[in-house]
Design a protein around this ligand. Sequence first.
Ligand code: AMP
Length: 485
Amino acid sequence: MLLAPNAQYERWKPADDIMPEECGVFGIFMNDRHYDPAEAAYLGLYALQHRGQESAGIAVTDGKCVKQHKGMGLCSEVFKDNLDKLLGGHIAIGHVRYSTTGESKGENAQPLVISYRGGKLSLAHNGNLINSTTLREKMEEEGTVFQTSLDTEVMANLIAKYSKRGLLNAISAMMKVVKGSYALMIMTQDELVAVRDPLGIRPLALGKLDDNYIVASESCAFDAIDAEFVRDVRPGEIIVVNKDGLKSYQAQSSMETALCVFEYVYFARPDSDIDGISVYRSRENMGTRLAQAFPIDADLVSDVPDSATPAASGYAAESGIPYAKALSKNRYVGRTFIQPSQALRERGVKLKLNAMKRNVHGKRLILIDDSIVRGTTSRKIVEMLRLAGAREVHMLISSPPVICPCFFGIDTPSHDQLIGSKNSVEEIRRIIGADTLHYLSIGDLLKTVEGAGCNFCTGCFDGHYPIDMKRALEETEAVELSGIE
Ligand code: AMP
């Protein structure tokens, strides 16, 4: 059962106004010298760059010491002159981080490397803990010192706290205390450990290259190093890889799972499979369903590149209306969504997307985007297309209106900035200036990911979050950290 909708959210406010982090994680244990782990991590992170462009980092061990390099920027910039310093180990973990409204500074780059009684522990995390502030306060009262504002450091310190009973038990104890989403990579001097939260909110996949195991946020990272996809890491599973091979432990199993459906809508790469479903096929199917639900008499179907391209192709195939490009994308502009001010965001859309005048002039257009968040992109695009001579602009969105913030790892702003939270579909249509506006229903969206073998978190679309946040916080207040077994 999914718990507690809007009313409950209202009673729960995110600490320090820090919103979740979108990130990509990668880990590899090398038994042979087929690839250098640092090189493999670099290539894997490159493939996961869409999951985070703010900072990148790799930590490597050769069994004796841990070397790491991390910094602000894209993988190509961060490792340009530094990859060779990391060569020669047998295990590597890596991380790419997406700047959101949280603190954007170098010390928050990952992996995080700490020293504990077992030696060195390196961690890389994708996701967001909803009780980290309370846990941090409790631990600070006990004398723990924190160097960063990362949730990852809360998890690292909990593992260190419980490590007397061995790493596996310590991780399992940490999992009893933290609440939220985590796809977590942990590296010791002789083991690679991968952990997925009990609800499976963020994706995590297992791959293999000969006898070497790899774990990554998305399967596209395996293709980058010619590795094969083995399976998804199960919700609540701890995978331990060492020189003797791979062992799996089910630390926590819940009856419910809640994979983030927004991974399919926008976040993941189309060439990835997540929990058995092709991201591309699901997006194409979103377009097919839009065409069935909203047949429109028009001359062209087009997309807001790139995340809506498969949906536009699905709509075109189903409707028989030809597909053509209405917008050209400047590949050298980063994501516009995260710019700090509205003026910069608007300028960003114009720099990133330009109308293809010859394609759209005099045409009745169906334009498909994957989502409307603040409404900046759609408003600017409709204006651009009209200026380029489009006769009609029908906007179709391959997901439902985003009405609630995400607390589990997607950068979705607070209620007051979400156009879908304050306005009806007709009001949004008027604001963005489209002739018509239609959204895919939640029911249709869920049909596009049917067969995934898990349930989904649809919190941003309906306010139904998979964790009862108030109860989670009350439990955290009450918990005796030293009493966890
Ligand atoms: P907006 O302009 O605020 O309405 O944002 C919608 C546009 O941003 C769409 O074109 C989406 O493809 C894209 N988008 C949606 N969610 C995110 C996100 N979490 N991070 C970055 N871009 C996003």
